[in-house]
Design a protein around this ligand. Structure first.
Ligand code: SF4
Length: 704
């Protein structure tokens, strides 16, 4: 019914966690033009380079269009029977914990909800993890340690209303571009100062009023020094600390041991004492401060401590939950939070609940679940190690490409060969994961075809809507999962007629016996009719049944989700990188993203304009290191780590810190022979969050 004259469809950009509203106008021939949605509160009509070229990425080239088993096209019934049989046989022969799911921040919340319910309630395996483990699980863990819940305290308007924006480990200009434009607008309108803290002088660093190019892994020293400075200069909010927090003194004592003053902070971080002093004074003197952090903080073997060191400074000054203040996790993926909300991480159960006996019992009763799990499962890195060891024998991967994106990706790819049952729900036929071995491949709906909700970095739930016909035999992920649930004997519990019905169940669970002990409560959406769901406007959670609107900000007056309702300061560990450099590997490899590409290129690789930005895999190196290695701009070089090697085009730039390399993670065997950067990363996991280190692997570089 959609044609050239149709009204534009309101939907959400499928790339980053900013969650921009998009108006899509289908052309009636399988394509569409897109524009920013002026009514969406995240972007007010703007789109970045990736969002504005979405129309160029809609072709059916390289699409999975039909179910297949080991390369043989089959019908849906045969494919679904094979999936159900494979999961059942594996669970019966080796126990339910021999089955695992690896999900994705690309999934819609409803897809995530059904996958989590099937695995944790009905198959009885706790091993459900997601590529969000590589993205922001350290922020989740830090929120839980500090607030008792995974709650982002603020909203995007705080970026407009801050007088100081501190960006830590975040190339916001490239990776969250629309938010960065809001920050630049704040600078124009109210003189907001921007401080960028990053070992790499990125585009964001170039725009900063103050750039602090600290040594990798030393963020906790910088924020420990800041906490001491705030204490020593009478800048604490003693009332907030006394009324709403616990653990301040031990945290301050630990901070003093790590960085007792500006001089010690400078030594620990490699920064100049004067620039450290300037940053401390700016933070101290500016009541409205937002500290936004991203992968440079999270993708670290000490990521949780880094985030807590930041949060400590905000709690100590009461700069949280009021306009223009707060720590703010900038999340990578489009469904930045939906997966967390349903419990789609190995250390969560459902609806922001974990594994207290009463929580397990509550979810068991709500789901009528015969095999509810009672404890945490394996997080991404150990999950793939368990496949390698033959402990996990059946794996269902949905909407992600771990054979490229996981650290030590070559081992991950090889491990897939050990599985008895390997299921991949995918859109793109040529990914390294699909090609890794003979799998049961299920054609999933892509952006524009699928329908559901996502939640962005400011807790805002927005609809993704259908505006294109499903191609071939592609189906919604939630539908596929529900069909398997029914085949496993649970027809009643997997009987949703529509995606709206899945959402209603998810919302109902969030309020089920929730007596204010959980932050995530969207009971106000539990009774939406199908029509109301279809028309639903973006809304922030929490949104209880009694509330008239979602909460923009939390915690200005305490009310944390710990047992005593007080936030916790965290005494963080002294900074230390997981692996030392050596004569063989004297440099450190930092991995990340470029402005115009997304993940492993399955969508952005289809746009000639986006591909023109950086067409081939490359490595950035400081001029001194380049001279030492004997390479020049444009040369090819081999980057080696103890885990693998890649051949990359050299970019010599003073923006790279001496001793550091930077290489983007997008390219795979599917689109380059030697550019698999994920294969090089060490991936030492943070002890709290399990998030792997992707920013500081010891490496060498030689001319090719
Ligand atoms: Fe899409 Fe993120 Fe760009 Fe917004 S900022 S248009 S969500 S990629």
């Amino acid at each position: 019914a959609l044609g050239p004259e149709a009204d534009p469809v309101r939907t959400t950009c499928p790339y980053c966690g900013v969650g921009c509203g998009v108006l899509a106008r289908p052309d009636g021939q399988g394509g569409a033009s897109v524009a920013g949605d002026p009514a969406h509160p995240a972007n007010h009509g703007r789109l970045c380079s990736k969002g504005s070229t979405l129309g160029e990425t809609l072709s059916l080239d390289d699409r999975v269009l039909h179910p297949a088993i080991a390369g043989r096209r089959v019908g849906w019934d045969e494919a679904l029977d094979a999936v159900a049989d494979g999961l059942r046989r594996t669970a019966e022969a080796h126990g339910p914990e021999s089955v695992a799911f690896y999900l994705s921040g690309q999934l819609l919340t409803e897809d995530y909800y059904v996958a989590n319910k099937l695995a944790k309630g009905f198959i009885g395996t706790p091993h459900v993890d997601t590529n969000s483990r590589l993205c922001m699980s350290s922020a989740v863990a830090a929120h839980r340690r500090a607030f008792g819940s995974d709650t982002v305290p603020g909203c995007y308007e705080d970026l407009d209303e801050a007088d100081l924006l501190v960006l830590v480990g975040s190339n916001t200009a490239w990776c969250h571009p629309i938010l960065f434009r809001r920050m630049l607008d704040a600078r124009t309108k109210r003189g907001t100062k921007i401080v960028v803290i990053d070992p790499r002088r990125t585009q964001t660093g170039e725009e900063a009023d103050l750039f602090l190019g600290l040594r990798p892994g030393t963020d906790t020293a910088l924020f420990s020094g800041l906490l001491v400075h705030l204490s020593d200069h009478g800048a604490l909010d003693a009332r907030y600390i006394a009324d709403h927090t616990a653990g301040f003194e031990p945290a301050l004592e630990r901070a003093r041991q790590i960085a007792p003053d500006a001089a010690a902070t400078a030594r620990a971080t490699g920064l100049g004492e004067a620039e450290v002093g300037t940053f401390f004074a700016l933070f101290r003197a500016t009541p409205r401060v937002v500290t936004a952090f991203s992968q440079g903080v999270n993708q670290s073997a000490q990521g949780t401590d880094k985030a807590n060191a930041i949060i400590n400074c905000h709690l100590a000054t009461g700069r949280i939950g009021t306009p223009g203040t707060g720590p703010f996790s900038l999340t990578g993926q489009p469904n930045a939070m939906g997966g967390r909300e349903v419990g789609g991480l190995a250390n969560m159960l459902a609806a922001h609940m974990h594994f207290a006996p009463e929580e397990v019992d509550l979810v068991r009763r709500f789901w009528s679940a015969p095999r509810i799990i009672t404890g945490e499962g394996l997080k991404a890195v150990p999950l793939f190690e368990a496949i390698e060891r033959g402990k996990i024998k059946a794996l269902w991967v949905m909407g992600t490409n771990p054979a490229v994106s996981m650290p030590r990706a070559d081992r991950v790819r090889a491990a897939l060969g050990r599985l008895d049952t390997f299921v991949v729900s995918e859109v793109a036929a040529g990914t390294d994961t699909v090609r890794a071995r003979n799998a049961i491949v299920l054609p999933a709906l892509a952006w524009g075809e699928k329908d559901g909700t996502v939640t962005n970095s400011e807790r805002r739930i927005t609809r993704q809507r259908t505006f294109l016909k499903a191609p071939g035999e592609a189906r919604a992920d939630w539908w596929i999962l529900a069909q398997v649930g029914r085949r496993l004997g649970h027809a009643k519990q997997f009987a949703w007629p529509t995606v709206a019905a899945v959402f209603r169940e998810h919302a109902a669970l969030s309020e089920f016996e929730n007596r204010g002990s959980r932050d995530f409560d969207i009971g106000g959406l539990a009774d939406l009719s199908d029509a109301a769901y279809e028309a639903a406007a973006p809304v922030q959670w929490p949104l209880t049944r009694k509330a008239k609107a979602g909460e923009r900000r939390l915690f200005a007056s305490g009310g944390f989700y710990t047992r005593d309702r007080r936030a916790r300061f965290v005494a963080v560990q002294k900074p230390a990188l997981a692996d030392a450099t050596s004569d063989a590997f004297p440099l450190r490899l930092n991995t990340g993203r470029v402005r115009d590409h997304w993940h492993t290129l399955t969508r952005t690789g289809k746009s000639p304009r986006l591909s023109a930005h950086r067409a081939v895999p490359f490595v950035e190196i400081h001029p001194d290191d380049a001279a030492r290695a004997g390479v020049a701009d444009g040369d090819l070089a081999r980057v080696r780590t103890p885990h693998g090697a890649a051949v990359l085009e050299v970019t010599v730039t003073p923006g790279a810190q001496a001793g550091m390399l930077f290489a983007p993670m997008h390219w795979s065997e599917a689109n380059t022979s030697d550019g698999r950067v994920g294969a090089l990363a060490q991936g030492a996991a943070d002890p709290v969050s399990g998030q792997p280190e992707l920013k500081a692997t010891p490496a060498s570089l030689t001319p090719e």
